[in-house]
Design a protein around this ligand. Structure first.
Ligand SMILES: Nc1nc2c(ncn2[C@@H]2O[C@H](COP(=O)(O)OP(=O)(O)OP(=O)(O)O)[C@@H](O)[C@H]2O)c(=O)[nH]1
Ligand SMILES: C[S@@+](CC[C@H](N)C(=O)[O-])C[C@H]1O[C@@H](n2cnc3c(N)ncnc32)[C@H](O)[C@@H]1O
Ligand code: SF4
Ligand code: SF4
Length: 307
């Protein structure tokens, strides 16, 4: 059984923010669209929600944040939800992966996405506020050895790191990771902001260039994102492009529902009016049937953001 929303979009993925806190402060961070909350889900509560989601056909789970690895019980969370999930992944800034990767793998995490906007130590510090690039690179190299898939997330910013794209493609090919090139995303009301105008770097022209160079192009079901297989001096690089701004095809193929760290189902990254409380009913003793109804309610609120 898979639930389908009013726009014919099946819901197969759950993106869980396990904490809103972070040990870095990237200046562009959208914080997964989350507001400051007063409570945090326990591992048992996360497990309960994942179990209900799994019964509704939502079997791909992404753990995110804030920074998921700063939770001291992150390994327990992975262990608890592993049995209900077919694809269990995490998106992390990688700052502690050099010491946590083995435990996470052993607990059942399938794959990781690690954020890496630059290979330049000074620039890394400028973007994130912290001089920790060497640790992140160690974590990436360790993760590549342990997980079946590692993706590097590069948010591309005009005049800040856009000239590093080809270096990043070569680096990813060299270590055997996939590179995700990501356009900066902001809600509609921020598209006129100084920040967006200054840093937004459109990836469409680059995609046109990739199309000519690629030996193969694939399209993912989720968001219909394109993956380009590009020859480099280090072998074939796999490059995925996340181009979500004003992209109606992206939203029309959105299969995700979100869960905030303070226990609300959230239907869209960029909306601010779409929270459905699931933690309060759990804490008040709701049955699984009641929780299924809460999921259905949230899924009925879903609508594509860019139309
Ligand atoms: N607009 C929008 N952006 C998203 C969505 N999901 C992920 N993103 C963005 O895509 C980028 C990569 O996100 P990740 O957390 O690495 O996850 P992912 O690449 O979407 O997921 P996988 O490919 O399954 O690993 C980030 O910049 C996210 O903000 C979504 O549903 N809507
Ligand atoms: C919000 S972070 C949370 C997980 C973890 N702290 C990390 O940095 O990977 C998830 C992903 O969203 C990306 N991201 C954050 N703000 C963004 C923005 N405004 N536009 C596009 N991607 C963004 C980050 O680079 C990261 O890859
Ligand atoms: S590490 Fe992730 S959550 Fe933390 S500020 Fe950077 S993008 Fe945001
Ligand atoms: S509807 Fe669009 S903007 Fe909203 S979460 Fe889905 S893909 Fe992202």
């Amino acid at each position: 059984m898979v639930l389908v929303d009013r726009f014919g979009r099946p819901v197969t993925n759950l993106r869980i923010s396990v904490t809103e806190e972070c040990n870095l402060s990237c200046f562009y961070c959208h914080r997964e669209g989350q507001m400051k909350g007063k409570r945090q889900m326990t591992p048992q509560e996360i497990e309960r929600i994942v179990k209900v989601a799994s019964n509704l056909g939502i079997k791909k789970v992404k753990l995110t944040g804030g920074e998921p690895t700063i939770r001291s019980d992150i390994v327990e969370i992975v262990k608890r939800i592993r049995p209900y999930v077919v694809d269990l992944s995490m998106t992390t800034n990688g700052t502690v992966m050099h010491r946590l990767a083995e435990e996470l793998r052993a607990a059942g995490l399938d794959r990781v996405n690690i954020s890496l906007d630059t290979l330049d130590r000074e620039k890394y510090k400028k973007i994130t506020g912290f001089d920790v690039l060497p640790w992140v690179l160690k974590g990436i190299e360790k993760s590549v050895k342990l997980f079946k898939l590692v993706k590097l997330n590069m948010v591309v910013m005009r005049d800040l790191n856009h000239e590093e794209i080809w270096d990043m493609i070569n680096y990813a090919a060299k270590i055997g990771a996939v590179l995700q090139l990501i356009e900066i995303e902001v809600p509609r009301e921020m598209t006129e902001s100084w920040f967006f105008k200054r840093y937004f770097y459109p990836l469409k022209p680059l995609e046109d260039e990739f199309s000519k160079k690629a030996v193969e192009i694939r399209e993912r079901r989720m968001h219909r994102r394109k993956k380009y297989f590009i020859p480099t001096e280090n072998g074939i690089a796999e490059v995925e492009v996340v181009r979500s701004m004003h992209n109606t095809v992206f939203c029309a193929n959105c299969t995700r529902i979100r869960l905030t760290s303070d226990g609300y189902l959230k239907t869209c990254l960029l909306r601010r009016d779409d929270l459905v409380d699931i933690l309060t009913p759990i804490r008040n003793g709701a049955t699984d049937e009641e929780l299924i109804e809460i999921f259905k309610q949230a899924i009925m609120l879903r609508r594509p953001y860019w139309i």
